[in-house]
Design a protein around this ligand. Structure first.
Ligand SMILES: *Cc1c(COP(=O)(O)O)cnc(C)c1O
Length: 368
């Protein structure tokens, strides 16, 4: 049979229609890669050496990552079963969505938010309900609660929100939790937790044990600089995490990633120092953009968001011409990760040009 006659193999149509996950552009050697919210620093001192020394590459890893869970449980005052480890927190989000929602069920989340959410919901067979952000690009928690129906199985709250950088307030989050049924799973995605400097932001780790339906997600990918090793964690009620464990692909959390996480957790002061540099740099960059008349929402992650609407492609080109690879969301804006100190001068030269390109009242929010 020639390929012209061959009918396509039967696959789920909603999966065939799904765009494959789009990664940030690879950067040319002489450019700054500020497109994937990666840490510009290598893993903390000694972590790579520990991985090489302590990994038995011919053996399977510890399936439950017990040693890592023990450290995280002790730090957070919970039992080891209230901690779950995944190959990146994205895998845990996937497990929890699959564990809670299937065909005919709905998953409610803000939009725009993390690019991975829509695909994970579709793969689970469930339906996405996307709730628009507010005009200042922050999450609209009352609207998220409003969107809950009896078909809803999961609500995702992302704070700081990727890609806009805004955080949810602690009081606002408490009101939100009050307003939704306590048998509805809520995922609080705190991938950028370490970069927050607003005192009144929600702090998922301070809420452990408070809600029977809340799971908080953290990762070693961003602040710890271990994105390439794939390890993240969740803290929450045992019954929910057991459902995640049951939905997981066995043995997907590798031993090198477990060793690296453990070694990283022994290096708190070094982590704090590094995070403080990135945070300070972020604030300098945001202020520099604001000083040039550009509108950038509150930035609490390791990135800033520039709403550029129809000018998004041109803004991306300007950045590129200054040696910066950023992540463009066509028609809405550009997310720029906080990278090397030396990238700041290039960024500001680009910002001078962008300020001439965008109208003074360029929209913060052209998301959707
Ligand atoms: C980066 C990111 C994650 C974590 O990714 P992993 O590398 O899988 O741990 C989770 N949520 C959001 C919003 C992110 O931006």
């Amino acid at each position: 049979m020639t390929s012209a006659e061959r009918r396509p193999v039967k696959l789920r149509p909603e999966i065939v229609a799904l765009p494959p996950y789009k990664q940030g552009k690879p950067a040319p050697v002489d450019a700054y890669k500020l497109s994937s919210n990666e840490n510009p620093y290598p893993p903390l001192d000694g972590v790579i050496e520990d991985v090489v020394r302590a990994t038995s590459f011919n053996r399977y890893p510890d399936a439950t990552a017990l040693a890592v869970r023990e450290v995280l449980a002790a730090r957070n005052g919970v039992s080891v079963d209230e901690v779950h480890i995944g190959a990146g927190s994205v895998s845990i989000i996937s497990q929890l969505i699959s564990a809670a929602a299937g065909a005919g069920d709905e998953v409610v989340y803000p939009w725009r938010s993390f690019e991975a959410y829509p695909g994970l919901v579709t793969v689970a067979g469930a339906t996405s309900v996307q709730v628009p952000l507010k005009a200042d690009d922050s999450l609209d928690l009352p609207a998220l609660a409003e969107a809950v129906t009896e078909r809803t199985r999961v609500v995702i709250v992302c704070s700081p929100n990727n890609p806009t950088g805004t955080v949810v307030g602690a009081a606002e989050f408490a009101d939100f939790m009050e307003s939704i049924p306590d048998d509805l799973l809520v995922l609080l995605d705190e991938a950028y937790y370490e970069f927050i400097d607003r005192e009144d932001a929600v702090d998922g780790l301070a809420l452990t044990g408070r809600y029977p339906n809340l799971v908080v997600l953290h990762t070693f990918s961003k602040a710890y600089g271990l994105a390439g090793l794939r390890i993240g964690w969740a803290i929450g009620p045992v019954d929910i995490l057991n459902a995640a464990r049951a939905s997981a692909i066995p043995l997907s959390v590798t031993e090198p990633s477990q060793v690296a996480a453990l070694a990283s957790l022994e290096r708190d002061s070094e982590l704090a120092e590094r995070v403080s540099h990135i945070r300070a740099r972020r604030n300098v960059i945001r202020d520099g953009f604001l000083d040039r008349g550009l509108r950038v929402p509150e930035a609490q992650g390791n990135f800033i968001w520039l709403g550029a609407g129809d000018e998004t492609d041109r803004v991306q080109d300007v950045l590129y011409s200054h040696g910066i690879v950023a992540r463009a969301f066509p028609g809405s804006g550009v997310r720029i990760s906080i990278g090397e100190e030396e990238s700041i001068a290039s960024l500001f030269r680009a910002a001078d040009e962008i300020a001439r390109l965008l109208p003074a009242a360029h929209p913060l929010s052209t998301l959707g």
